[in-house]
Design a protein around this ligand. Sequence first.
Ligand code: SF4
Length: 316
Amino acid sequence: MILSIFLPNAGCKHRCKFCNQYSMTGEKMPTIEEIRNTFKLFKEKKPDEIAFYGGTFTGLNIELQEKYLKLSRDIFPNLPLRISTRPDEIKKENLELLKKYNVQIVEIGIQSMYDDVLDASSRGHTVKDNINAVKLLLENGFTVSAHLMVGLPLDNFTKSFRSLEKLINLNVKLFRIHPTIVFKNTLLEKEYLHGKYVPLSLKTAVNICSEQQLLAFSRNVNIIRLGYFVPENQKKEIVAGPYHPSFGDIVKAEAMRKIITRLNIKQVYFPRHFTSWFYSYENKKLNVKKEIWNGPIMFDKLSLQEASSLSLKKEN
Ligand code: SF4
């Protein structure tokens, strides 16, 4: 279990066009005392990892970063930590501090590998910053979990797909992919209300992300989250965009459908816990024999990796 401490927009020196973490999560900035109490409360539950999510951890002043890290180490001496941050706040000095406190995974908001998209989204960093940050983190032994968004201003299918591909080529192996949602009290909301920004439909977002999922399967990298988790009481903050509570499941089911139809697969085999990938949404009606077994997912005689790769080739 990951014990997460959420620090909304903490350490962010400016606000990205789509972001308002108070609206998105309903979380408030915790005091050090509140964090200490949370740690004590969860100590008995024996978490496996501590995460400082939200905002730009390495953008906080260095004393405050150390206060959070030390508090965590004092209560959970041997646990690995993870933090979230942005590419232009990754500097050699930060990394020394993170290493000292056993931070192992850095969640980094890349969002796009195209400068025009980053600029149009008021990200305040460039693709060069993305590349430098990823290289520096990997060289220093951190695991990088790269966050990407689809449907940002000036983004399109090809840019979303290639952004993922470019990061895989840089040796990133963990990803979170979020379709862009318009939340209240963001600049993107204003642009949307003035007709300057048109969000993706759910169908288009699923189409793009299912191709990204096929790419991830074909290159053996892991997308650990697809779509935003929005707590029930924050759903009123969504103004527009392709939000769906089961977005990730829809994308996986669509990726399976694409493989089966593009490659004219006759029989699929899968472990029971993947049943929803093959039966949910449109996949109930698929004309293919389905068998639950204890082995890996197979499409006729093809592995998931081989079938994903062939399915991408077939489409292009
Ligand atoms: S997207 Fe990330 S960097 Fe931008 S304002 Fe939100 S938390 Fe800060």
